[in-house]
Structures are given as structure tokens and as C-alpha cells.
Design a protein around this ligand. Structure first.
Ligand SMILES: CC(C)(COP(=O)(O)OP(=O)(O)OC[C@H]1O[C@@H](n2cnc3c(N)ncnc32)[C@H](O)[C@@H]1OP(=O)(O)O)[C@@H](O)C(=O)NCCC(=O)NCCS
Length: 171
């Protein structure tokens, strides 16, 4: 089944909060998101995405049967990195293992290469996040290296991995 990605809607705040209000999801993301993560937090995020300057961030809900069960976003860099974008994603735990993240990552990257001047998309999962690394590998990303001791998360120094996908030649 093809994964559906679509723009965020104000009505998604409850299902977004449900996906993100989970330590097992938050433990694999950067710090800065509150826990518990409330519907009000979700509404603020959706509003920020809908009002972001065009081309600065490409943010999509991962849709399953009309519900926003996850998120995939690409954020444009600045200065000399303005033609690269950082990829981030998550899926609510009840929906893991169905191929949703892989489908969403592929569709979002395809969209961005087709609708922007971005030439490089990168992602930096924690090295121990095997599921996320697998999503990237299945989506055609290349492992460029291990970023040793690159993060401090939940009291531990962690390695991260640098993965990238380049714009297909001729596009
Ligand atoms: C990582 C995450 C997005 C994956 O979402 P998903 O929809 O379950 O991903 P998919 O089903 O498309 O693919 C997952 C792959 O990882 C594999 N996998 C899952 N857990 C694994 C593990 N512990 N070890 C090795 N592989 C694992 C699955 O078998 C699958 O690969 P396969 O198709 O070859 O069998 C989801 O688990 C999540 O949201 N995690 C928390 C947030 C997060 O880690 N975000 C990414 C930050 S970089």
C-alpha cells in the first residue's frame, strides 16, 4: 500500500499529540519537545508549519485512513547550506512496522527534489536507532560516516550516523 503524505491540517492536533506523547518516540528525537506532549503543543507546531516562509521547511503529515499518525519534514539549511535540507520523521508506535516511515521518506524526498533547488538531503539518526537507519537505507540514503560522541541525550553521550541522499542527476 502506498504511504500518503499530505499538508498538515488544524484538525490533526489530537492525532499528532497521540503520536508524540510517547517516550519511545521522543527518546529518538532531538531534545526540545515537551513531555507530556499535549494537543496544545501539537496545535502550535501545526500552526508554525502552516505559516512558515515558503521553501524554508517542507512538512507533511503521514496519513493512515485519514488520521495523521506521523510526521516527515525537511528543513532547509542557511548560508552555504541553503541548498541542503535536514530530514526528520517519526511514526506513532501503534503504526510501526508497516512501512509507513519508508514510504513517507521516499515520497517527501521525491517531492522536495521535484519542487525546490535542494541538492542534498541528510539525516542524523542515533547510531543505535536500527529502525531509523533501516528506513534511510531502504530509501536509498548512503551512510557517509559515524559522528562519534556527537550527542548528549538522556544523560548519555551517543554516536550518530550521517546519511545523505543527493538529487538524482539530470533533475
Ligand atoms: C524509526 C521509525 C520512524 C520507523 O517507522 P516505521 O514506519 O516502523 O518504519 P518502516 O516500517 O518503514 O521500516 C522499519 C524497518 O526497520 C526494521 N526494524 C525495526 N526495528 C528494528 C530493530 N530493532 N533492528 C533492526 N531493524 C529494525 C523493520 O524490520 C523495517 O525494516 P524491513 O522493512 O527491512 O523489515 C519509528 O520507529 C519511529 O517513529 N521511531 C521513533 C522516532 C524516530 O526514531 N525517528 C527517527 C529519528 S532519526
Amino acid at each position: 500500500m502506498e504511504t500518503v503524505i499530505r499538508p498538515w491540517r488544524s484538525a490533526d492536533s489530537a492525532s499528532l499529540a497521540e503520536a508524540l506523547n510517547n517516550k519511545r518516540v521522543l527518546d529518538n528525537l532531538r531534545d526540545g519537545l515537551p513531555f507530556p506532549y499535549t494537543e496544545c503543543d501539537a496545535a502550535q507546531y501545526i500552526e508554525a508549519m502552516l505559516s512558515a516562509p515558503p521553501g524554508s521547511v517542507y512538512a507533511f503529515a503521514i496519513d493512515c485512513g485519514g488520521l495523521a499518525v506521523g510526521s516527515v519534514s525537511l528543513t532547509r539549511g542557511v548560508n552555504i547550506h541553503r541548498r541542503t535540507a535536514e530530514l526528520g520523521y517519526y511514526v506513532g508506535e501503534p503504526y510501526w512496522g508497516r512501512g509507513l516511515a519508508t514510504g513517507a521518506v521516499r515520497a517527501a524526498c521525491e517531492y522536495v527534489f521535484g519542487h525546490s533547488d535542494i541538492v542534498r538531503i541528510f539525516a542524523e539518526p542515533f547510531a543505535a536507532n536500527a529502525a531509523s537507519r533501516r528506513v534511510l537505507e531502504k530509501s536509498g540514503f548512503r551512510l557517509e560516516g559515524v559522528l562519534r560522541a556527537n550527542a548528549f541525550k538522556n544523560g548519555a553521550v551517543l554516536d550518530m550516523c550521517m546519511y545523505s541522499l543527493l538529487r538524482p542527476s539530470g533533475r
